[in-house]
Structure formats: C-alpha cells, structure tokens
Write a protein that binds this ligand. Structure first.
Ligand SMILES: NC(=O)c1ccc[n+]([C@@H]2O[C@H](COP(=O)([O-])OP(=O)(O)OC[C@H]3O[C@@H](n4cnc5c(N)ncnc54)[C@H](O)[C@@H]3O)[C@@H](O)[C@H]2O)c1
Length: 258
C-alpha cells in the first residue's frame, strides 16, 4: 500500500515547462498522484500533447500558453489557475533553456536571454504562486529546477550555470521568508537527463557526454525525465513535510556534495 503522503487528490499544481521533457513527466506524474495540473509553456502543440496525456489517463489538465520571462503573462496565468480551481498548492517551475558559449565569446544578449528565462522566469512564477498561497493561508510547496551544472561547472556553462546558481539562491531565500506561512521551497538539481534539451546537442557530442556521465555514475547510466519527476513529486507532497530550503540531486551519484 503506497503512503498516503504522496496523494495529491484535491490539490492544484502549476507546472511550467510542461510541454516537454522533465516538465511534461512531472505534470503527468503530479496528475497521476491526484492533482489538478495547470500546464504552462510557450510551445502550444507540446502543451496540448501533455494535457492530452493527462486527460487520457483520467487526470485533470488546464493548458496555459505563456512566456515565463513575461511577468504579466505569468501573473495572469497563476491568477487564472487559482480562480478556476480555487487554489494553488504546488508550483513546479521547470521551464528553462540551455546556452553554451566560452566566457570570452559570451555576448551580453546571450546572458540576458538565459537569465530572463531560467532565473527571472522562475522568480516570477515563485512570486505569483507564493502570493496566492500566502493569501489562501493553506501552505504549499514550491519546487524550482536548478542543475548539476552548479556543482560541477564546466566549459561553456557560464550563462546556464549562473542562471541555475541564482535559482538556488532564490530557493533558499524564499524558503526562509515563506516558511512561517507553511510554504516549503526546494530545488531539484538533476544530472544529465535524456530529454529534447539534451537531444538538441550534436549527436556525436551527446553520445560522448552520455558515455562519460554513465561511466561517472555508480549506477552506470544517464537519467530519464521520470527519474526527475519522482523527485519533484516527493518535494511537492506531504512526504517532504519537514524538507525546505534543500537541493535534491537526482544525478545518479555523478556528484556527491554534502
Ligand atoms: N535535461 C537535462 O539534462 C537537465 C539537467 C539539469 C537541469 N535541467 C533543467 O530541467 C528543466 C527542463 O529541461 P528539459 O531537459 O526537460 O528541457 P526541454 O527542452 O525538453 O523542456 C523545456 C521546456 O521549457 C519550455 N520553455 C523554454 N523557455 C520557455 C519560456 N520562455 N516560456 C515558457 N516555456 C519555456 C520549452 O518550451 C520546453 O517545453 C530546465 O530548466 C533545464 O535547465 C535539465
């Protein structure tokens, strides 16, 4: 008999990046756990595919087409979600983009775009959801998406790693500020996960990296979107009732910071 602590029946989740990869797997798993899921993304066909997957398996999905880097769009979508289902109990802020360039070749517009999506996009969603949760007075759980890049560093990772380090700082700061309202805030920092994001790499470079990551992992493989979705579900649920301000690393043991 699975623990009732993972049961999200009667709760509402808002998931950004829900059209693909880790965000899609998380939206589907949160719905399977019983939550009504608001799926947000800028990719309309992907968004409707995710909503279809959730509905096919008997869940409840509400698509929201938006750019997470646009504060007004995020505020409106979270407000609409709170109005349509009466509450927002869980935010999973997963939308993100990859950018790789050597420090000496990095342009200001590269840095701005990555920070706009990966940091400000998470910040806007956190602010909108936390305001709704504080006003409702029923607590909640916020899960942000960092990256193992923060632990390991690596060539080309300046913009991406800086944006994810900023997400970690946001997570810890917000956890201290909204904890008294019963709101928990945690980050997930995955290692290499095979998704459309990593599939966009040149095939030979991707194969080399996957081979390296699998050899570095005591488990001998790279990750799947479902590996990360289970970490998101844990943090979203009452199973993590005493866990806040933490970084959970589904990385196959590639990095073991304490
Ligand atoms: N795949 C990995 O190895 C890995 C590792 C660590 C962290 N992550 C993080 O996990 C998250 C999900 O990545 P993924 O691998 O599933 O990638 P993905 O490309 O499959 O999915 C990212 C989703 O975010 C959406 N998105 C991007 N910019 C957006 C914007 N401005 N507004 C709205 N939606 C937007 C995309 O449309 C897409 O649906 C990202 O934050 C990524 O940085 C991924």
């Amino acid at each position: 008999m699975p623990s009732k602590a993972y049961d999200l029946t009667g709760r509402t989740a808002f998931v950004t990046g829900a059209a693909s990869g880790i965000g899609r797997a998380s939206a589907v798993l949160l719905a399977r756990a019983g939550a009504a899921v608001h799926c947000a993304d800028r990719d309309a066909p992907g968004l409707h595919e995710t909503a279809g997957l959730i509905k096919e398996s008997g869940g409840t999905a509400h698509p929201h087409l938006l750019d997470v880097a646009d504060r007004t769009q995020v505020d409106q979508a979270v407000a609409a979600a709170a109005e349509s289902t009466g509450r927002v109990d869980v935010l999973a802020a997963i939308a993100g983009i990859m950018h790789s360039s050597p420090v000496l070749e990095t342009r200001e517009e590269d840095l701005d775009r990555v920070l706009d999506v990966n940091f400000k996009g998470v910040l806007y969603a956190c602010q909108a959801a936390a305001r709704v949760m504080v006003e409702a007075g029923t607590g909640g759980s916020i899960v942000t998406m960092a990256s193992g890049a923060v632990d390991t560093g690596g060539p080309g990772l300046l913009c991406y790693g800086a944006s994810k380090a900023a997400v970690v700082q946001l997570t810890k700061t917000l956890a201290t500020e909204v904890g008294p309202h019963g709101i928990r805030v945690n980050a997930v920092a995955p290692g290499w996960i095979r998704t459309p994001m990593t599939d966009r790499h040149d095939a030979a470079a991707r194969a080399r990296t996957e081979d390296l990551m699998a050899r570095r992992s005591p488990l001998g493989r790279v990750g799947t979107p479902e590996d990360v979705a289970h970490a998101v579900l844990y943090l979203a649920s009452d199973a993590a009732a005493f866990t806040t301000g933490q970084i959970l690393r589904p990385n196959g043991g590639v990095a073991m910071p304490w």
